[in-house]
Design a protein around this ligand. Structure first.
Ligand SMILES: C[S@@+](CC[C@H](N)C(=O)[O-])C[C@H]1O[C@@H](n2cnc3c(N)ncnc32)[C@H](O)[C@@H]1O
Length: 353
């Protein structure tokens, strides 16, 4: 297999459930913050036709290239941007793409990345310890493995990998330095904690921890979710699919907190926080893949979907539009996302609601 992204293709997870949770409607405007191979994006575009528009973001330039091809038939309705979703709000203002009807985060990695040799995400292929989603980032997994002090490394493996053997693993890593490849690292971990524990490879948690640290995944998720809420228009939907408990905890906490009118500690006799709900939870329980989906696509087994709807007044909605109109960054021409069209569409959609 070449260094580039090639088959096997990524199978999107919980597609029907995602389209339903986003309440995709014809003519709607959607953002896919984790474009990957474009599977969810294609489903959103199909259901938002005619007139739907999609802004797709991915930190990985190879994912953008892959999605450009898979979404070629929708090229008039899509705007694909290679950036980190931590810059979501700035991207939307830059391209006049707000408010929107729905925003999707399908977190983690695509099969294209996991199977792509040379990226260092998988302990099943020999590769240098890279793990950067965007090759322009500086920090790599090799930097962490070969330079971090033992205690800091143990802490990282424990916090981001929830690995109970973190100290033993960190000690052995430091002893065995320099470590150059994914397979070397996986073998070292296997020597420390033994063969497979159940179905999980012994290196799974350490690799997860490294990937999270290299890409600042949890910090970026929290910041991006807060921005996403502000970008949703009237009854806009936020849908997040996460694949491990650290991500899901952040999603759950933010959605829960934002669905409450008061977030004072329970011991406070009267509300002093002044917080008002900006979301309404759509599904009280997480949505998980059905057994047949897991059978067809075993990688879907850990997926957990949460969805919420923006609670917003008409005045708030129009003030977002007005803010957009007064933005000096609005470009008079280019890429079809022009202000007059946007305003006309927003008012039509909103007035019909
Ligand atoms: C599970 S895949 C998405 C697959 C996609 N839904 C599909 O149907 O093909 C996750 C994607 O999110 C991207 N990603 C992860 N973190 C990101 C971030 N902070 N900013 C932008 N993209 C990110 C990854 O590069 C990867 O392509």
């Amino acid at each position: 297999m070449s260094q580039k992204m090639v088959a096997p293709a990524h199978i999107p997870v919980l597609v029907e459930e995602t389209v339903k949770a986003l309440a995709v409607q014809p003519g709607g405007r959607y953002i896919d913050c984790t474009l990957g191979g474009g599977g969810h994006a294609a489903a959103i575009l199909e259901h938002s036709s005619p007139g739907g528009q999609l802004l797709g973001i991915d930190a990985d330039p190879e994912a953008i290239e892959a999605a450009k091809q898979s979404l070629e038939t929708y090229s008039d309705s899509t705007l694909l941007i290679n950036d980190n979703f931590v810059n979501l709000e700035a991207i939307c203002y830059k391209y006049d793409f707000l408010p929107v009807h729905g925003i999707l985060f399908d977190l983690g990695l695509s099969s294209l990345q996991l199977n792509g040799r040379g990226r260092g995400f998988s302990f099943q292929h020999r590769a240098s310890l890279d793990m950067r989603l965007n090759p322009n980032q500086e920090l790599t997994a090799a930097d962490i493995i070969n330079t971090y002090p033992e205690t800091e490394m143990a802490q990282l493996i424990k916090t981001y990998g929830e690995e109970s053997y973190s100290r033993k693993i960190a000690r052995r890593i430091v002893q065995e330095r320099p470590i150059k490849t994914t397979l070397e690292l996986a073998q070292i971990i296997e020597r420390v904690i033994g063969k497979r524990r159940g179905k999980i490879h012994p290196a799974t948690k350490t690799f997860q921890a490294l990937r999270i640290a290299v890409n600042h995944e949890l910090e970026h998720l929290e910041l991006a979710l807060k921005q996403a809420i502000k970008l949703l228009g009237y009854e806009g939907r936020l849908v997040v699919i996460s694949y491990h408990s650290l991500e899901d905890r952040i999603v759950k906490q933010i959605m829960l907190q934002e669905s409450k009118d008061c977030i004072c500690p329970p011991s406070t006799p009267t509300c002093v926080c002044g917080h008002t709900a900006s979301l309404r939870l759509i599904n009280k329980r997480v949505i998980t893949p059905s057994p047949p989906e897991v059978q067809i696509n075993p990688r879907s087994r850990s997926a957990r979907l949460r969805a919420a709807e923006r609670v917003i007044t008409q005045d708030e909605h129009y003030s977002i539009v007005e803010r957009l109109c007064s933005t000096s960054e609005i470009k008079a021409n280019g890429n079809g996302w022009r202000r007059p069209t946007l305003l006309k569409m927003l008012r039509t959609v909103f007035d019909a609601a």
